[in-house]
Design a protein around this ligand. Structure first.
Ligand code: ZN
Ligand code: ZN
Length: 646
């Protein structure tokens, strides 16, 4: 007895010190030799450490060497197994325990572990058997057991059964309510979750956070905000749910607002919050805010590798038109890059029309043995597309299928069709669509239609328009492209017919809007309206001044563009009121010498504005960066980085 006491006393601290599974195995051998295999606390410790080191199989081999395991050892093993990578083993040992032990005391402590194992392994049948035993042994009155049962059924997607257990409970605690709510949310039953949420006697942070997330995912931002406002104590999860929720619902300004409020209240953002807010900033094009967040990340020593922050920064700078900064961040993370970082860099360069640079990044990936995925190739195809690199694009499209065995998705086909079409290979583009193994969507046909508009090909364009309209009857841009095509070849009767059809179907052009950053503040302008009353006279006068100066340089307003603006009376006047021209004029009035003007437009930039801005960049000697719906245009000395290919 004394020897055993001394041995145990020596062995237990050694066990605690084990760092690897090899060390544990050595100690296990020592335990067998010293005849400690029946010593409960040594063995339970050994079993728990094996599981802790991710080796449940060794835990099993420890167990099998015990001649006469007692209940404590069974309990320990079952608990460990339910947490391991093979949770159903817990059930097997439970069954073995039931047959090998004479008396079974306090098995209710084991039931939650068993139910958890069933939930994790998606084992409904086994779960129901445990439920049966719970009913027989009247353990259902134990709230721990009942809550575990609710959680299991929720996890298995049987919320109805979870609710039935909930209804039979005499005493419900917060965990019972929360488990039921999260079950409904997991099943996507927001209304039923809402019903339970409204009945809760007392709402805690856990259920409020869950409901905020649920409301956001179902697009009910107002309800989420209502819950948020009632919360006195919020944690970082609450704030992050609000920020990412607004981003998911395309309400970036609100997301940014919540981020600012979070900082004001002294809450330190976590990686998901930073990634969400950076994506909101990227969409808005508010680079000053982005730079501020970047320096916040550096000052607070938040690693660029944590939770995709590096990728989010690369993406934000690229989308805000600062591709040099994007490249610098990409350099900074050269030791910790993941595939997402590489992909973000390639798409960033693509957006800027820097096709060759994007292809260089791909070569670098190959040197560093990084396996490209389908997103890599989508970026490369986009890069070739925006850079007008037809041969390289075709090569990448073949490479992804033949060398990397990746199956192109509709987006990849969309890119290659767009690339071929814009380069004038219209028949080849249609051929690709007809031979692809997936059904074409409206976007693919719209790419053909848009290419036909550029090249004035009515024969192919009309067919493409019919298919695009058939697939997306509510999308006004298909009609507008078709009307553009007819205008291009002078078929005014047909232009009129298309416009009439649009009117009859109640379709309107999406109004254009552009924003420009002046002295760190964003100013927004809407097409056809001078919404910003304070500046309207000033802006109008400036545009007129620019127009007369440009006319001396040979600027001819492209009146064919006006046909799109059906409501406008005077053609030239309506051209002047394009939102990007107003934003540009405002930028020119307020610019500080030498700094570029950054404009973000919600739609594709029109031909007239494109040539207008080109001239302005030369005559006024300033760099102008415009981000439209598809890509960036960098205007300088009278020409654009897209080389008029967009
Ligand atoms: Zn325009
Ligand atoms: Zn351009």
């Amino acid at each position: 007895m004394t020897t055993s006491f001394i041995l145990v006393n020596q062995t237990l601290p050694l066990l605690e010190k084990c760092k690897t599974i090899t060390e544990l195995r050595q100690l296990h051998a020592h335990i067998i030799k010293s005849n400690l295999v029946n010593h409960t606390s040594t063995i339970t410790k050994l079993i728990s450490l094996c599981s802790h080191h991710g080796d449940p199989h060794h835990a099993l081999s420890v167990f099998h060497r015990i001649p006469d395991p007692n209940p404590f050892i069974f309990f320990s093993l079952i608990n460990q197994m339910s947490e391991s990578s093979c949770p159903l083993e817990a059930l097997l040992f439970y069954a073995q325990m039931l047959t090998s032990l004479q008396s079974l005391n306090r098995i209710e402590f084991l039931i939650p572990a068993l139910l958890k194992a069933c939930g994790k392994s998606r084992a409904l049948e086994e779960g129901r058997q445990v439920h049966g035993q719970i009913v027989k042994t009247r353990m259902l009155f134990d709230p721990y057991v009942a809550n575990a049962l609710i959680r299991m059924y929720s996890e298995l997607g049987c919320v109805g059964l979870a609710h039935r257990v909930f209804d039979t409970m005499h005493v419900r605690d917060q965990v019972s309510w929360n488990s039921l709510i999260s079950g409904y949310l997991r099943a996507g039953e927001i209304e039923l979750a809402d019903g339970v949420f409204n009945e809760i006697p007392e709402r805690d942070l856990v259920c409020c956070n869950a409901m905020i997330d649920g409301y956001m995912k179902s697009g009910q931002c107002e309800l989420a905000e209502e819950v948020f406002r009632t919360l006195y104590d919020k944690d970082v999860v609450t704030w992050t749910s609000m920020i990412s929720g607004y981003v998911v619902n395309d309400r970036q300004k609100e997301a940014l607002g919540f981020f600012r409020e979070m900082l004001r209240q002294g809450v330190r953002p976590d990686a998901p919050a930073l990634v969400s807010v950076l994506s909101a900033i990227a969409d808005l094009g508010f680079v000053e805010e982005g730079k501020w967040v970047h320096s916040y990340i550096c000052m607070n020593e938040i690693g660029l590798s944590s939770g995709f922050i590096g990728s989010a920064l690369v993406d934000m700078y690229a989308k805000c038109g600062h591709i040099e900064n994007a490249c610098r961040v990409f350099e900074d993370i050269c030791h910790i890059r993941n595939i997402g970082d590489w992909n973000c860099m390639i798409s960033g360069l693509a957006m800027h029309g820097l096709g060759h640079e994007a292809l260089d990044i791909f070569l670098d990936m190959k040197i560093k043995d990084i396996e490209p995925d389908e997103i890599t190739f989508l970026g490369l195809l986009t890069a070739c597309n925006h850079g007008g690199l037809v041969d390289e694009g075709k090569y990448c499209f073949e490479l992804m299928q033949e060398k990397y065995r990746l199956v192109p998705k509709i987006q990849h086909y969309g890119c290659i069709v767009d690339l071929l079409g814009r380069a004038g290979h219209l028949e080849e583009a249609v051929n690709v669509i007809q031979n692809m193994p997936i059904v074409a969507d409206a976007i693919v046909w719209k790419a053909v239609l848009s290419a036909c508009t550029i090249h004035g090909n009515v024969a192919i364009g009309e067919g493409a328009a019919l298919r695009a309209i058939d697939l997306a009857p509510e999308d006004s841009s298909c009609y507008i492209l078709l009307s553009n095509l007819y205008a291009k070849v002078g078929r005014w009767d047909d232009v009129g017919k298309v416009r009439l059809t649009m009117k009859q179907r109640g379709l309107r052009k999406v109004p254009g809007s552009s924003s420009v950053l002046v002295n760190g503040k964003v100013h927004e302008f809407f097409a056809g309206k001078e919404i910003n009353v304070v500046y309207s006279v000033e802006v109008r006068t400036k545009i007129e001044e620019i127009v007369s100066r440009l006319k001396l340089e040979g600027y001819q307003p492209d009146l064919s563009q006006v046909l799109l603006d059906m409501e406008e009376e005077s053609k030239e006047q309506s051209l002047i009121l394009h939102s990007e021209k107003m934003a540009l004029a405002f930028g020119l009035i307020n610019r500080s010498k030498g700094s570029p003007i950054h404009i973000v437009k919600n739609l594709r930039i029109c031909y007239d504005c494109h040539s207008f801005i080109k001239l302005v960049s030369g005559v006024y000697n300033c760099r102008i960066v415009v981000r439209d719906q598809n890509r960036f245009h960098q205007f300088e000395s009278g020409s654009c980085s897209c080389k008029d290919f967009w």
